[in-house]
Write a protein that binds this ligand. Structure first.
Ligand SMILES: [Zn+2]
Length: 359
């Protein structure tokens, strides 16, 4: 199980200690003085069960326990929750073999008797260290589209691949439908496409931000950019997907420009392809979506089945486009992206291969 997320709480500590006096001491220092939530068990088996089923910030364990050595417990906790800090307290002499092994594997090693301020300082530091490490390892992706269905058509398979490796995925759709921004072909039913967005987000395991911007918001560009900035502050993405500048639709290009303004600080930015893409769309990154294509088509269908205008959404086109982009790589289906920039540390992105079809 993962460790507790940071939400302003001082943290949860699991205390494994069979000595009642030592347990009382640690609970008093960490709980009463430190403000931590401390849960105590003398039983290492119970401790492992709770590590596997609950979120923790720190395990503090005695080196000598009934039924399991401190080292065995430590190794088992490491397997269950690799990022969870572990501190060991022992009454053993520093020279002993068990102590040496524990010292090597533990994040912190404390010799009894432990001074209260030393114990508290160690706990505060380990909880902070664990949270920082989890934050650094966390990846979040934000895909930004003008109309309901744009993101799903362009990059649903890749978003699913992100989900598959544990990334948090969010979708920001700036308008409720084509009628509101294209000025042509009438309204496409506010409820219909909005409902489609929700269904599609559900199918993709994504968090949906559905805005209701009008034509004028795109003319000045600033409104769209400030909406995007606000969502970026909430989601804190490490990667952004949005429209390409190489698109025949002005409102798609406006979204691209607004996203570039708002996402200046984001390390990785990619542009997906819309059916309205021009011949200048030159992708250099391709993500195989063989395993995701079925679910992608399901997400796209959430819009098509509502009898919407088809200018951004054509299911057979979605499938044949995915077939076409698979040519440079091995798989059957792929999505193609222009790379605006890519963080060198973009490790953990879905496997892509970078050979341009047009080069
Ligand atoms: Zn569109």
């Amino acid at each position: 199980m993962t460790s507790a997320e940071h939400d302003g709480r001082p943290g949860r500590i699991l205390l494994v200690e069979d000595d009642a006096v030592a347990a009382h001491f640690a609970m008093h220092v960490l709980g009463r003085q430190g403000g931590f939530e401390v849960v105590h068990t003398p039983d290492p088996a119970v401790a492992l069960q709770r590590v596997s089923s609950e979120a923790w910030d720190l395990v503090l364990t005695d080196a000598e326990l009934p039924g399991m050595t401190g080292l065995e417990l430590l190794e088992a906790v490491r397997r269950l929750s690799p990022g969870l800090p572990i501190a060991v307290i022992t009454a053993h002499e520093p020279g002993e073999t068990t102590v040496q092994a524990l010292r090597k594997r533990a994040d912190e090693f404390l010799q009894k008797p432990v001074r209260p301020d030393r114990l508290l300082a160690a706990a505060v530091s380990l909880v902070a260290k664990g949270r920082a490490a989890r934050l650094a390892a966390r990846q979040a992706v934000l895909a930004i589209g003008t109309h309901p269905g744009d993101v799903e058509t362009g990059t649903a398979g890749t978003l699913l691949a992100h989900r598959g490796i544990g990334h948090k995925v969010s979708i920001l759709t700036l308008t409720r439908g084509h009628g509101t921004t294209s000025g042509a072909s009438g309204g496409s039913g506010q409820g219909g496409r909005a409902g489609g967005s929700e269904m599609a987000a559900l199918a993709l395991g994504a968090t949906l931000f559905l805005e209701d911007l009008q034509d004028t918001s795109f003319e000045d560009g600033g409104t769209a950019a400030s909406v995007i900035r606000r969502v970026i502050e909430t989601v804190r993405p490490t990667a952004i997907y949005t429209h390409s500048l190489h698109d025949a639709r002005l409102d798609h290009r406006s979204t691209h420009r607004a996203a570039m303004l708002a996402a200046r600080e984001i390390g990785s930015v990619y542009c997906f392809q819309s059916p309205s893409a021009t011949a200048e769309f030159r992708p250099t990154r391709f993500v195989t979506i063989d395993e995701q294509v079925e679910r992608k088509l399901l997400a796209v269908k959430a819009f098509a089945s509502r009898g919407q205008a088809r200018d951004c959404l054509e299911q057979d086109l979605v499938e044949s486009t995915a077939r076409q982009w698979s040519r440079p790589g091995g798989g059957r289906y792929a999505e193609a992206f222009e790379v605006i920039r890519e963080n060198a540390a973009a490790a953990g992105q879905p496997a892509g291969y970078g050979r341009s079809l047009t080069a």
